[in-house]
Design a protein around this ligand. Structure first.
Ligand code: BYC
Length: 322
């Protein structure tokens, strides 16, 4: 006679943890009202709010060129793109709020330097070619990183990413188109494009975060299926995708170690300057102070809008209860 030892079913917190784990394993979405471990919630608040801040701060380097865009057409395109970034920030703050945090508090954390935003936006945009290169390389890197996030395990984040990725793809193409036009222009225009590529290439590679071996969050975020790929895998994917585009455009990528590796089926490439990266993410990049000062000024200047919106909402709430 065989004896079957039935395992006692887990109780309380254990049951909820088991249900959560089963959903993650089955690739089902976690929704705001579902139970989730504190660490999962904290990680999402950290990543989603940093992502939202990046979209909002990311309006600045390109926004600097709206007033001096070289034609009405370029101005209209740029205005629309920068407005899209504001929209992305709003979707992401809304996704973060479903985790129980307050958007005003997140904004305070940003302008008080208590929360990070993407390193890439701490570099200056020195010529109009930078607008094209930001579209091509920065939005290109963003797409590479964000398409897998459409399958992130947290529902509101994944759904926000679907919409954002559609717009980012358009941004990337507008950047590439702008650069193609400049490359068909004068020697001076071609030199502007090459100079912009030289300045933005390494910071673009840093957008994917530190090497996997130095990334404290990747392993757990992958286990929770918040992140779907490691920093290094996405960086490689971006390099492989970008090299043929650079060749087509007629620019050189500033990396003497960049070479196709037949055995690996990928490009080999050099190591970004991780000391510089650490300085930039800890607040000492070329533009950190200016970016935060401008964000703080815009926030203070917008106080009357928030007060008016709150007054309007409470008036309507009162009328609804009468
Ligand atoms: N910049 O353990 P790790 C855009 C931090 S906006 C700054 O690998 P994780 C666009 C990291 O936060 C694009 N900080 O972290 C907008 C962590 O610090 P804490 C923004 C960085 O989270 C306008 C520490 O370093 N995209 O597309 O597993 C115009 C250790 O790193 C960076 C997103 O936000 C960085 N580059 O992985 C145009 C995508 N890298 O928090 C375009 C969503 C790392 O422990 N985010 N850090 O103090 C992600 O996919 C991940 O959070 C990251 C980092 C890959 C960025």
């Amino acid at each position: 006679m065989s004896t079957v030892t039935a395992q006692a079913p887990p109780e309380g917190a254990d049951v909820r943890q088991a249900e959560f784990d089963a959903k993650i394993t089955a690739d089902q979405r976690i929704e705001p009202r579902d139970w989730m471990p504190d660490g999962y919630r904290r990680t999402l608040v950290r990543q989603v709010s940093q992502h939202a801040h990046s979209e909002i701060i990311g309006m600045q380097p390109e926004g600097d060129w709206i007033a001096s865009a070289p034609s009405l057409r370029r101005k209209a395109i740029l205005l629309a793109k920068v407005q899209d970034e504001a929209g992305h920030g709003l979707y992401l703050y809304a996704a973060a709020e479903t985790l129980g945090v307050d958007r005003a508090d997140l904004t305070d954390r940003l302008i008080e330097g208590r929360q990070k935003y993407s390193s890439i936006f701490n570099y200056p945009s020195l010529s109009f070619a930078d607008v094209g290169v930001i579209g091509w390389l920065v939005d290109g890197a963003a797409i590479c990183n964000q398409v897998p996030l459409c399958r992130s395990s947290f529902g509101p984040y994944a759904r926000a990413m679907v919409r954002i990725c559609k717009e980012e793809s358009f941004h990337q193409r507008q950047g590439y188109e702008l650069l193609m036009r400049m490359m068909e222009g004068t020697d001076a225009q071609r030199a502007m494009v090459q100079d912009a590529v030289d300045r933005w290439w390494w910071p673009s590679l840093m957008m994917f975060g530190p090497p996997d071996a130095d990334s404290p969050n990747t392993q757990q975020s992958m286990a929770w299926r918040i992140k779907r790929d490691t920093n290094d895998d996405l960086r490689q994917k971006f390099v492989d995708m970008t090299v043929p585009q650079a060749e087509r455009l007629g620019v050189t990528l500033p990396d003497p170690e960049l070479v196709w590796n037949d055995q690996r089926g990928h490009y080999d490439f050099g190591e970004p300057d991780w000391v510089e990266f650490k300085q930039v993410i800890s607040g000492s990049g070329p533009k950190n102070a200016e970016r935060i000062a401008r964000r703080r000024a815009a926030h203070e200047k917008g106080a009357w809008v928030r007060e008016a919106a709150t007054a309007y909402a409470s008036k309507h709430a009162q009328e609804a209860t009468v």
